[in-house]
Design a binder for this molecule. Sequence first.
Ligand code: PMP
Length: 404
Amino acid sequence: MFKVEDIRKDFPILSRKVNGKPLVYFDNAATSQTPKQVIDAIVDYYSNYNANIHRGVHTLSQEATDLYEQARHKIQTHFNAKFSHEIIFTSGTTHSINLVANGFSSLLKKGDEIIVSALEHHSNIVPWQMLCERTGAILKVIPMNQQGELEIADYDKLLSKNTKLVFVNHVSNALGTINPIQYIIEKAHHVGAAVLIDGAQSCPHIKTDVQALDVDFYVTSAHKICGPTGVGMLYGKEEWLKKLPPYQGGGEMIAEVTFEKTTYADLPHKFEAGTPNICGGIAFGVAIDYMNAIGFETIATYENELLEYATNELLKIDGLKIYGTAKNKTSVISFNLAGIHPYDVGSILDKLGIAVRTGHHCAQPIMDYYKIPGTVRASFSFYNTKSEIDTLVNGVKKAKMMLS
Ligand code: PMP
Protein backbone atom coordinates (compact mmCIF):
# COMPACT_ATOMS: atom_id res chain seq x y z
CA MET A 1 0.00 0.00 0.00
CA PHE A 2 1.48 3.34 -1.12
CA LYS A 3 1.68 5.86 1.73
CA VAL A 4 3.29 9.11 0.66
CA GLU A 5 4.01 10.15 4.25
CA ASP A 6 6.11 6.99 4.73
CA ILE A 7 7.88 7.50 1.41
CA ARG A 8 8.78 11.08 2.36
CA LYS A 9 10.66 9.82 5.41
CA ASP A 10 13.16 8.22 3.00
CA PHE A 11 14.14 11.66 1.66
CA PRO A 12 16.06 13.71 4.28
CA ILE A 13 16.07 16.83 2.10
CA LEU A 14 12.27 17.04 2.16
CA SER A 15 12.31 18.09 5.80
CA ARG A 16 14.54 21.12 5.26
CA LYS A 17 13.39 24.71 5.11
CA VAL A 18 14.05 27.22 2.37
CA ASN A 19 13.69 30.91 3.18
CA GLY A 20 12.10 29.90 6.47
CA LYS A 21 9.39 27.83 4.77
CA PRO A 22 9.12 24.05 4.38
CA LEU A 23 10.72 23.05 1.07
CA VAL A 24 8.25 22.22 -1.69
CA TYR A 25 10.39 20.55 -4.33
CA PHE A 26 8.77 20.70 -7.76
CA ASP A 27 11.91 20.65 -9.91
CA ASN A 28 11.96 16.89 -10.30
CA ALA A 29 12.31 16.97 -14.08
CA ALA A 30 15.66 18.75 -13.64
CA THR A 31 16.87 16.34 -10.99
CA SER A 32 15.13 14.02 -8.57
CA GLN A 33 15.81 13.90 -4.85
CA THR A 34 17.85 11.13 -3.26
CA PRO A 35 16.46 8.60 -0.80
CA LYS A 36 18.53 7.60 2.22
CA GLN A 37 18.97 4.10 0.78
CA VAL A 38 21.00 5.67 -2.06
CA ILE A 39 22.81 8.10 0.26
CA ASP A 40 23.71 5.15 2.54
CA ALA A 41 25.11 3.23 -0.43
CA ILE A 42 27.35 6.20 -1.29
CA VAL A 43 28.57 6.53 2.32
CA ASP A 44 29.10 2.75 2.52
CA TYR A 45 31.20 2.77 -0.65
CA TYR A 46 33.56 5.50 0.57
CA SER A 47 33.59 4.18 4.15
CA ASN A 48 34.20 0.53 3.42
CA TYR A 49 35.42 -0.50 -0.03
CA ASN A 50 36.59 2.51 -2.05
CA ALA A 51 39.03 1.07 -4.62
CA ASN A 52 39.67 1.06 -8.34
CA ILE A 53 37.90 -1.71 -10.20
CA HIS A 54 38.65 -4.51 -12.66
CA ARG A 55 42.44 -4.49 -12.30
CA GLY A 56 43.05 -5.11 -8.62
CA VAL A 57 43.80 -8.47 -7.03
CA HIS A 58 43.16 -7.11 -3.56
CA THR A 59 39.94 -7.57 -1.63
CA LEU A 60 38.66 -3.99 -1.78
CA SER A 61 39.09 -3.86 -5.54
CA GLN A 62 37.28 -7.15 -5.95
CA GLU A 63 34.41 -6.02 -3.72
CA ALA A 64 34.07 -2.75 -5.63
CA THR A 65 34.22 -4.59 -8.97
CA ASP A 66 31.56 -7.08 -7.88
CA LEU A 67 29.16 -4.38 -6.74
CA TYR A 68 29.77 -2.25 -9.85
CA GLU A 69 29.08 -5.20 -12.13
CA GLN A 70 26.04 -6.16 -10.06
CA ALA A 71 24.73 -2.65 -10.65
CA ARG A 72 25.17 -3.13 -14.40
CA HIS A 73 23.21 -6.34 -14.09
CA LYS A 74 20.41 -4.58 -12.16
CA ILE A 75 20.19 -1.95 -14.90
CA GLN A 76 20.17 -4.69 -17.56
CA THR A 77 17.31 -6.46 -15.76
CA HIS A 78 15.36 -3.25 -15.20
CA PHE A 79 15.44 -2.25 -18.88
CA ASN A 80 15.28 -5.89 -20.00
CA ALA A 81 18.42 -5.76 -22.16
CA LYS A 82 19.43 -9.13 -23.58
CA PHE A 83 23.05 -8.94 -22.34
CA SER A 84 24.67 -7.01 -19.49
CA HIS A 85 27.45 -5.94 -21.89
CA GLU A 86 24.82 -3.96 -23.79
CA ILE A 87 24.72 -1.57 -20.80
CA ILE A 88 27.51 1.01 -20.97
CA PHE A 89 28.08 3.23 -17.94
CA THR A 90 28.44 6.89 -18.92
CA SER A 91 28.38 10.20 -17.09
CA GLY A 92 24.76 10.71 -18.14
CA THR A 93 22.36 11.17 -21.03
CA THR A 94 24.44 13.89 -22.69
CA HIS A 95 27.56 11.71 -22.65
CA SER A 96 25.59 8.71 -23.96
CA ILE A 97 24.17 10.68 -26.89
CA ASN A 98 27.57 12.13 -27.79
CA LEU A 99 29.08 8.65 -27.68
CA VAL A 100 26.58 7.41 -30.27
CA ALA A 101 26.81 10.58 -32.41
CA ASN A 102 30.59 10.29 -32.45
CA GLY A 103 30.36 6.63 -33.42
CA PHE A 104 28.15 7.39 -36.40
CA SER A 105 30.69 9.87 -37.81
CA SER A 106 32.39 7.00 -39.59
CA LEU A 107 29.14 5.32 -40.69
CA LEU A 108 27.34 8.24 -42.37
CA LYS A 109 28.00 9.88 -45.73
CA LYS A 110 26.97 13.12 -47.41
CA GLY A 111 23.25 13.22 -48.15
CA ASP A 112 22.26 10.68 -45.47
CA GLU A 113 19.37 11.93 -43.37
CA ILE A 114 18.86 12.15 -39.63
CA ILE A 115 15.47 12.82 -38.06
CA VAL A 116 14.94 14.46 -34.67
CA SER A 117 11.76 15.84 -33.17
CA ALA A 118 10.68 19.40 -32.42
CA LEU A 119 10.30 18.38 -28.77
CA GLU A 120 13.95 17.64 -28.06
CA HIS A 121 16.23 18.77 -25.26
CA HIS A 122 19.32 20.57 -26.62
CA SER A 123 21.38 17.49 -25.79
CA ASN A 124 19.39 15.61 -28.41
CA ILE A 125 19.80 18.35 -31.02
CA VAL A 126 23.32 19.75 -30.83
CA PRO A 127 25.30 16.46 -31.06
CA TRP A 128 23.36 15.56 -34.22
CA GLN A 129 23.98 19.00 -35.73
CA MET A 130 27.68 18.48 -35.02
CA LEU A 131 27.45 15.03 -36.60
CA CYS A 132 25.84 16.59 -39.71
CA GLU A 133 28.67 19.14 -39.91
CA ARG A 134 31.24 16.35 -39.76
CA THR A 135 29.57 14.06 -42.30
CA GLY A 136 27.44 16.20 -44.62
CA ALA A 137 24.30 14.42 -43.41
CA ILE A 138 21.05 16.41 -43.33
CA LEU A 139 18.98 17.04 -40.18
CA LYS A 140 15.18 16.87 -40.52
CA VAL A 141 12.66 17.70 -37.81
CA ILE A 142 9.29 16.13 -36.96
CA PRO A 143 7.09 19.18 -36.27
CA MET A 144 4.92 19.69 -33.19
CA ASN A 145 1.43 21.12 -32.70
CA GLN A 146 -0.21 23.50 -30.19
CA GLN A 147 -0.95 20.64 -27.77
CA GLY A 148 2.76 19.91 -27.65
CA GLU A 149 2.41 16.62 -29.53
CA LEU A 150 4.39 15.44 -32.51
CA GLU A 151 2.73 15.65 -35.93
CA ILE A 152 3.19 11.99 -36.63
CA ALA A 153 1.76 12.10 -40.16
CA ASP A 154 4.66 14.43 -41.02
CA TYR A 155 7.12 11.92 -39.57
CA ASP A 156 5.85 9.33 -42.06
CA LYS A 157 6.55 11.80 -44.88
CA LEU A 158 10.08 12.56 -43.65
CA LEU A 159 11.13 8.91 -43.69
CA SER A 160 12.88 7.67 -46.81
CA LYS A 161 15.57 5.26 -47.90
CA ASN A 162 18.06 8.06 -47.07
CA THR A 163 17.03 8.08 -43.39
CA LYS A 164 19.81 6.51 -41.38
CA LEU A 165 19.02 7.61 -37.84
CA VAL A 166 16.01 8.76 -35.82
CA PHE A 167 16.34 10.41 -32.39
CA VAL A 168 13.37 11.20 -30.22
CA ASN A 169 12.89 11.65 -26.52
CA HIS A 170 10.45 9.29 -24.86
CA VAL A 171 9.05 12.17 -22.81
CA SER A 172 9.57 15.90 -23.40
CA ASN A 173 11.31 17.57 -20.46
CA ALA A 174 9.72 20.94 -21.20
CA LEU A 175 6.10 19.80 -21.62
CA GLY A 176 5.84 16.24 -20.31
CA THR A 177 4.41 14.86 -23.59
CA ILE A 178 4.85 11.10 -23.92
CA ASN A 179 5.83 10.43 -27.52
CA PRO A 180 4.59 7.41 -29.51
CA ILE A 181 8.01 5.78 -29.55
CA GLN A 182 6.82 2.28 -30.43
CA TYR A 183 5.34 3.63 -33.68
CA ILE A 184 8.40 5.81 -34.34
CA ILE A 185 10.75 2.84 -33.92
CA GLU A 186 8.70 0.49 -36.11
CA LYS A 187 8.43 3.03 -38.95
CA ALA A 188 12.15 3.84 -38.79
CA HIS A 189 13.03 0.17 -38.98
CA HIS A 190 10.87 -0.21 -42.12
CA VAL A 191 13.33 2.08 -43.94
CA GLY A 192 16.37 0.50 -42.25
CA ALA A 193 17.15 3.44 -39.92
CA ALA A 194 18.50 3.03 -36.39
CA VAL A 195 16.66 4.69 -33.49
CA LEU A 196 17.95 6.30 -30.32
CA ILE A 197 15.40 7.05 -27.61
CA ASP A 198 16.31 9.62 -24.97
CA GLY A 199 14.78 8.22 -21.79
CA ALA A 200 15.98 10.94 -19.39
CA GLN A 201 12.42 12.05 -18.63
CA SER A 202 10.60 8.75 -18.99
CA CYS A 203 12.75 6.63 -16.69
CA PRO A 204 11.35 8.06 -13.41
CA HIS A 205 7.76 7.38 -14.53
CA ILE A 206 7.71 4.50 -17.02
CA LYS A 207 9.47 1.14 -16.92
CA THR A 208 10.92 0.65 -20.38
CA ASP A 209 11.55 -2.73 -21.99
CA VAL A 210 14.19 -2.19 -24.67
CA GLN A 211 13.69 -5.61 -26.23
CA ALA A 212 9.91 -5.24 -26.50
CA LEU A 213 10.45 -1.83 -28.11
CA ASP A 214 13.18 -3.26 -30.34
CA VAL A 215 14.99 0.06 -29.88
CA ASP A 216 18.61 0.32 -31.06
CA PHE A 217 19.85 2.76 -28.40
CA TYR A 218 18.25 3.96 -25.17
CA VAL A 219 19.92 6.50 -22.89
CA THR A 220 19.26 7.97 -19.48
CA SER A 221 20.80 9.63 -16.39
CA ALA A 222 20.73 8.20 -12.85
CA HIS A 223 19.92 11.57 -11.27
CA LYS A 224 16.48 11.61 -12.90
CA ILE A 225 15.58 8.37 -11.14
CA CYS A 226 16.65 9.02 -7.52
CA GLY A 227 20.32 8.23 -8.21
CA PRO A 228 23.35 10.53 -8.05
CA THR A 229 24.48 13.05 -10.69
CA GLY A 230 27.41 12.33 -13.01
CA VAL A 231 26.41 8.79 -13.93
CA GLY A 232 24.06 7.36 -16.52
CA MET A 233 23.83 4.70 -19.12
CA LEU A 234 23.72 3.86 -22.76
CA TYR A 235 21.86 0.76 -23.82
CA GLY A 236 22.84 -0.34 -27.31
CA LYS A 237 21.96 -3.50 -29.20
CA GLU A 238 25.05 -5.69 -29.24
CA GLU A 239 25.28 -5.57 -33.04
CA TRP A 240 25.34 -1.75 -32.99
CA LEU A 241 27.83 -1.47 -30.15
CA LYS A 242 30.15 -3.83 -31.98
CA LYS A 243 29.87 -1.70 -35.13
CA LEU A 244 30.52 1.67 -33.46
CA PRO A 245 34.14 2.70 -32.87
CA PRO A 246 35.25 3.61 -29.31
CA TYR A 247 34.47 7.15 -28.17
CA GLN A 248 37.46 7.82 -25.93
CA GLY A 249 40.85 6.13 -25.74
CA GLY A 250 42.64 5.30 -22.52
CA GLY A 251 42.94 2.70 -19.80
CA GLU A 252 40.26 0.03 -19.30
CA MET A 253 39.10 0.11 -22.94
CA ILE A 254 42.01 -1.80 -24.48
CA ALA A 255 42.88 -5.44 -25.07
CA GLU A 256 46.55 -4.84 -25.94
CA VAL A 257 48.64 -1.70 -26.50
CA THR A 258 51.89 -1.39 -28.42
CA PHE A 259 53.24 1.71 -30.15
CA GLU A 260 52.48 0.01 -33.48
CA LYS A 261 48.89 -1.02 -32.81
CA THR A 262 46.25 -1.11 -30.11
CA THR A 263 43.37 -3.56 -29.95
CA TYR A 264 40.22 -2.75 -28.05
CA ALA A 265 38.55 -4.51 -25.17
CA ASP A 266 35.28 -6.36 -25.63
CA LEU A 267 31.94 -4.79 -24.72
CA PRO A 268 31.14 -3.04 -22.47
CA HIS A 269 34.71 -1.94 -21.64
CA LYS A 270 35.43 -0.73 -25.18
CA PHE A 271 33.28 2.31 -24.35
CA GLU A 272 34.40 2.77 -20.75
CA ALA A 273 37.83 4.39 -20.93
CA GLY A 274 39.39 5.55 -17.66
CA THR A 275 38.31 5.10 -14.06
CA PRO A 276 34.53 5.32 -14.06
CA ASN A 277 32.18 6.79 -11.47
CA ILE A 278 32.29 3.56 -9.47
CA CYS A 279 30.33 4.77 -6.50
CA GLY A 280 27.80 6.46 -8.81
CA GLY A 281 27.25 3.26 -10.78
CA ILE A 282 26.63 1.27 -7.61
CA ALA A 283 24.27 3.95 -6.29
CA PHE A 284 22.44 3.97 -9.66
CA GLY A 285 21.70 0.27 -9.10
CA VAL A 286 20.43 0.97 -5.58
CA ALA A 287 18.17 3.76 -6.93
CA ILE A 288 16.67 1.34 -9.44
CA ASP A 289 16.03 -1.18 -6.64
CA TYR A 290 14.39 1.57 -4.60
CA MET A 291 12.04 2.62 -7.41
CA ASN A 292 11.14 -0.98 -8.24
CA ALA A 293 10.34 -1.72 -4.60
CA ILE A 294 7.66 1.00 -4.78
CA GLY A 295 6.62 -0.12 -8.27
CA PHE A 296 6.36 1.90 -11.46
CA GLU A 297 2.62 1.36 -11.86
CA THR A 298 2.01 2.62 -8.33
CA ILE A 299 4.25 5.61 -9.05
CA ALA A 300 2.48 6.45 -12.32
CA THR A 301 -1.00 6.15 -10.80
CA TYR A 302 -0.12 8.46 -7.92
CA GLU A 303 1.72 10.99 -10.10
CA ASN A 304 -1.24 11.09 -12.52
CA GLU A 305 -3.49 11.99 -9.59
CA LEU A 306 -1.12 14.83 -8.66
CA LEU A 307 -1.02 15.99 -12.29
CA GLU A 308 -4.80 16.06 -12.63
CA TYR A 309 -5.27 17.84 -9.31
CA ALA A 310 -2.61 20.46 -10.05
CA THR A 311 -3.86 21.05 -13.60
CA ASN A 312 -7.42 21.66 -12.39
CA GLU A 313 -6.35 23.93 -9.55
CA LEU A 314 -3.87 25.99 -11.59
CA LEU A 315 -6.36 26.48 -14.43
CA LYS A 316 -8.72 28.18 -11.96
CA ILE A 317 -6.24 31.10 -11.88
CA ASP A 318 -7.30 33.75 -14.37
CA GLY A 319 -4.67 34.43 -17.04
CA LEU A 320 -2.73 31.20 -16.40
CA LYS A 321 -1.93 29.24 -19.54
CA ILE A 322 -0.56 25.71 -19.59
CA TYR A 323 1.74 24.75 -22.47
CA GLY A 324 1.65 21.09 -23.43
CA THR A 325 -1.85 19.70 -23.12
CA ALA A 326 -1.28 16.28 -24.64
CA LYS A 327 -3.56 13.54 -23.29
CA ASN A 328 -0.57 11.32 -22.82
CA LYS A 329 1.82 13.15 -20.53
CA THR A 330 3.84 12.74 -17.34
CA SER A 331 3.52 14.87 -14.22
CA VAL A 332 4.96 18.08 -15.68
CA ILE A 333 3.12 21.40 -15.91
CA SER A 334 4.68 24.21 -17.93
CA PHE A 335 2.79 27.45 -17.54
CA ASN A 336 2.85 31.22 -17.70
CA LEU A 337 0.83 34.04 -16.19
CA ALA A 338 -0.34 36.54 -18.83
CA GLY A 339 2.03 39.50 -19.10
CA ILE A 340 4.41 38.24 -16.38
CA HIS A 341 7.93 36.91 -16.98
CA PRO A 342 8.39 33.30 -15.78
CA TYR A 343 11.62 34.26 -13.97
CA ASP A 344 9.71 36.71 -11.77
CA VAL A 345 7.13 34.06 -10.86
CA GLY A 346 9.91 31.56 -10.06
CA SER A 347 11.71 34.08 -7.83
CA ILE A 348 8.60 34.78 -5.76
CA LEU A 349 7.88 31.06 -5.46
CA ASP A 350 11.43 30.53 -4.20
CA LYS A 351 10.85 33.08 -1.44
CA LEU A 352 7.94 30.86 -0.40
CA GLY A 353 10.15 27.76 -0.32
CA ILE A 354 8.82 26.39 -3.62
CA ALA A 355 11.40 25.11 -6.10
CA VAL A 356 10.28 25.26 -9.75
CA ARG A 357 12.29 25.71 -12.91
CA THR A 358 11.93 28.78 -15.10
CA GLY A 359 13.32 29.46 -18.57
CA HIS A 360 13.57 27.52 -21.81
CA HIS A 361 14.38 24.19 -20.12
CA CYS A 362 17.16 23.48 -22.68
CA ALA A 363 14.42 23.24 -25.31
CA GLN A 364 14.55 26.61 -27.07
CA PRO A 365 12.84 25.40 -30.27
CA ILE A 366 9.70 24.59 -28.23
CA MET A 367 9.69 28.10 -26.72
CA ASP A 368 10.21 29.58 -30.20
CA TYR A 369 7.24 27.58 -31.45
CA TYR A 370 5.02 29.10 -28.75
CA LYS A 371 6.71 32.51 -29.21
CA ILE A 372 7.54 32.80 -25.51
CA PRO A 373 10.86 33.33 -23.70
CA GLY A 374 10.21 30.43 -21.37
CA THR A 375 7.78 28.95 -18.89
CA VAL A 376 7.47 28.15 -15.21
CA ARG A 377 7.76 24.38 -14.94
CA ALA A 378 6.44 22.45 -11.96
CA SER A 379 7.27 18.76 -12.15
CA PHE A 380 5.89 16.31 -9.60
CA SER A 381 7.34 13.13 -8.20
CA PHE A 382 5.87 10.26 -6.17
CA TYR A 383 7.10 11.91 -2.93
CA ASN A 384 5.10 15.10 -3.52
CA THR A 385 1.66 15.71 -2.03
CA LYS A 386 -1.62 17.46 -2.86
CA SER A 387 -1.04 19.79 0.05
CA GLU A 388 2.25 20.88 -1.57
CA ILE A 389 0.28 21.56 -4.75
CA ASP A 390 -2.06 23.77 -2.72
CA THR A 391 1.03 25.67 -1.53
CA LEU A 392 2.11 26.11 -5.16
CA VAL A 393 -1.32 27.32 -6.28
CA ASN A 394 -1.45 29.85 -3.44
CA GLY A 395 2.09 30.93 -4.29
CA VAL A 396 1.19 31.49 -7.95
CA LYS A 397 -1.84 33.54 -6.89
CA LYS A 398 0.40 35.62 -4.65
CA ALA A 399 2.95 36.08 -7.46
CA LYS A 400 0.17 37.20 -9.77
CA MET A 401 -1.08 39.72 -7.24
CA MET A 402 2.41 41.13 -6.60
CA LEU A 403 3.47 41.30 -10.25
CA SER A 404 0.36 42.50 -12.07
N1 PMP B 1 17.39 14.78 -22.40
C1 PMP B 1 16.34 15.13 -21.66
C2 PMP B 1 14.95 14.88 -22.18
C3 PMP B 1 16.53 15.73 -20.41
O1 PMP B 1 15.49 16.10 -19.67
C4 PMP B 1 17.86 15.94 -19.94
C5 PMP B 1 18.11 16.58 -18.58
N2 PMP B 1 17.39 17.74 -18.35
C6 PMP B 1 18.91 15.54 -20.75
C7 PMP B 1 18.64 14.97 -21.96
C8 PMP B 1 20.34 15.73 -20.33
O2 PMP B 1 20.62 14.94 -19.22
P1 PMP B 1 22.02 15.13 -18.43
O3 PMP B 1 22.15 16.58 -18.18
O4 PMP B 1 21.84 14.31 -17.19
O5 PMP B 1 23.08 14.60 -19.34
